[in-house]
Design a protein around this ligand. Structure first.
Ligand code: C5P
Length: 239
């Protein structure tokens, strides 16, 4: 299997074709962006940390029956994944009010929600990834009602696995964002990444933020927080 031409460069990753039809090569970058690209920085070691953390989560989810695109690590900053066409929706699942939910609904950050909240955002940089509801998704032709129900169910299943797994490691899973893709055979598959860039993780004892909010809010020690998350998950970084 060989690396071929670059297909796509996103804010945090580059995707390459491989010599195999159904596999992509993903390279995690040290670049960090926030507020739809308005804030930019390079965080040394972030690519490796997110690559390793994503690999741990996806391997664990697969073992617990939630299939996903991850195949194997290729290097500290690279992984091999199954080829999918990304569905342009961000599926956000929340357990504790924070971020845009706290702001939109006037809830105090840290309020425990009586049940998980699932939201969909339309992935479109020019529009700033707007929140969309099932009727928007239907009229825009982004996903069928059946596919949308599958995305919601999968989002909640991931939450049901991740929440206790993280709790055992002293971490509160505040919220997270998932992306899904369609395989060439038409199967919906969990894809993209699960990392401190895409989740809110709080230390269960101290409430310390161990995720990208450290970068968004200029709290400092961003790399250290990501390192701590990898450590809690039993992984090792060689940066
Ligand atoms: O900003 P907001 O509160 O809506 O974010 C909810 C969750 O989704 C957070 O964990 C955040 O890191 C993640 N997210 C993301 N990519 C985006 C927007 C949000 O990973 N474009």
């Amino acid at each position: 299997m060989e690396k071929r031409e670059q297909l796509y460069e996103g804010k945090a990753k580059r995707i390459y074709r491989t010599s195999l039809d159904n596999q992509y090569w993903v390279e995690y970058k040290d670049d960090a962006t926030a507020f739809n690209g308005e804030k930019k920085a390079t965080i040394t070691g972030k690519g490796e940390l997110n690559n390793r953390i994503t690999a741990i989560f996806f391997t664990m989810l697969k073992q617990r029956g939630i299939d996903n695109h991850f195949i194997r690590l290729l290097s500290p900053t690279e992984q091999l994944v199954r080829q999918v066409a990304i569905i342009p929706l961000e599926v956000v699942v929340r357990n504790i009010a924070a971020g845009s939910l706290a702001k939109r609904l006037g809830m105090k950050e840290g309020t425990v929600l009586p049940q998980p909240v699932v939201e969909f955002y339309y992935k479109d940089d020019a529009l700033g990834d707007p929140l969309v509801n099932p009727s928007h998704i239907k009229v825009m032709g982004i996903a069928s009602e059946e596919d949308l129900a599958a995305l919601e169910r999968l989002g909640l299943m991931v939450n049901d696995v991740l929440q206790p797994y993280l709790r055992e490691r002293g971490i509160l899973l505040v919220d997270f964002k998932l992306e899904f893709g369609r395989t060439p055979e038409g199967e919906i598959l969990l894809a993209d990444e699960i990392s401190p860039d895409t989740c809110r993780f709080w230390d269960a004892e101290t409430g310390e933020k161990l995720d990208k909010d450290r970068f968004r809010r200029d709290l400092g020690k961003v790399e250290e927080a990501y390192q701590e998350m990898l450590k809690r998950l039993g992984g090792e970084a060689h940066v």
